[in-house]
Write a protein that binds this ligand. Structure first.
Ligand code: ADP
Length: 289
């Protein structure tokens, strides 16, 4: 594996020199490998969004560096636009950024700016719509005629259509109903599997991130207090609680069973995994056949 993003002593201070000065990101150094699916969790105000916005040059670090494929993204500030094509950013409630006459035009805005045209542009738009589960018949509609969930998909498709090496999603499922969340999450997972590029997903939903992330960054007061494989993060429940976080409910239940002396594996992260662990035990007890 090779490193796609390296953060070196990265800090960001809001309102420097004013009475409202606030260090939102504090001396962060870490490396993300190509193709990883990284979860980013942390209490509100822990610096997640600020950190994400530095990854594609939307805000410039107060100090430190962001290296993309080994190169400092601010080495040539005039070229920062190119970085925004390579590190795609989906903000919270991205549907507010839709502005074109048709969904098709909205999704094609990014790739067109990248210089794509003709068939390549059409393919980029249609593939991106497919990844987010937008029906082709919606492409000619006005974005304002779409449902809330469809608008969200259209906005995400607009970023995916640029085929970024790194896709950053800041709470992409916020405000969607449970079914909408589930479907969107599985589409992001499919996108990651098929394109094999790097994804960073900021979320408050431990159940979601537990199922999909390879590694998780736990932010607390501007610092990545933990950065480890997902199973390890969720086997350190006491530490997470100290940062105002919790393990997924199924992980907590399985831990309680273990504490009661029942021989279930540690670090269970999903209902499916729990089911697979419990069935043989129940069969052994003669409670299932
Ligand atoms: P998170 O995404 O984890 O909720 P943020 O990166 O939004 O955290 O915020 C980190 C800290 O920076 C918080 O204390 C927040 O109040 C502060 N902050 C965020 N945005 C601004 C801003 N535009 N001006 C001043 N302070 C800000």
């Amino acid at each position: 594996m090779s490193c796609v993003l390296e953060l070196k002593n990265l800090s960001f201070v809001y309102g420097k020199g004013t009475p409202f000065e606030k260090k939102a990101v504090d001396n962060v150094s870490l490396k993300i490998e190509k193709g990883e699916f990284i979860g980013v969790i942390g209490h509100t105000g822990s610096g997640k969004s600020t950190l994400m916005q530095m990854l594609n040059g939307l805000i410039r670090p107060s100090s430190g560096q962001v290296l993309l494929d080994g190169n400092d993204i601010w080495a040539q500030p005039k070229k920062i636009r190119d970085v925004r094509f390579r590190v795609g950013m989906v903000f919270q409630y991205p549907e507010y950024q839709l502005f074109e006459e048709t969904v098709y035009k909205d999704i094609s805005f990014g790739p067109q700016n990248q210089g794509k045209e003709g068939e390549a542009l059409d393919k980029a738009v249609r593939d991106a719509a497919d990844f987010t589960g937008l029906k082709p018949s919606l492409l000619e509609k006005s974005p304002f005629d779409l449902s809330g969930g469809e608008k969200r998909r259209a906005a995400i498709a607009g970023v995916i259509a640029m085929d970024p090496e790194v896709l950053v999603l800041d709470e992409p499922t916020a405000g969607l109903d449970p079914m909408g969340r589930e479907v969107l999450l599985s589409q992001i997972v499919r996108y990651h599997k098929e394109r094999q590029n790097t994804v960073l997903l900021v979320t408050h939903t431990m159940e979601d991130i537990a199922r999909v992330a390879d590694r998780i960054i736990v932010m607390n007061k501007g610092r990545p207090e933990m950065f480890a494989p997902t199973k390890e993060i969720f086997s350190r429940g006491d530490e997470l609680e100290a940062f105002g976080l919790r393990v997924p409910q199924i992980t907590a239940i399985m831990r309680q069973l273990r504490d009661k002396g029942i021989d279930v594996p540690e670090g269970v992260l999903s209902v499916d995994e729990a089911f697979a662990a419990l069935v043989p035990l129940l069969q052994k007890e003669g409670k299932l056949w």
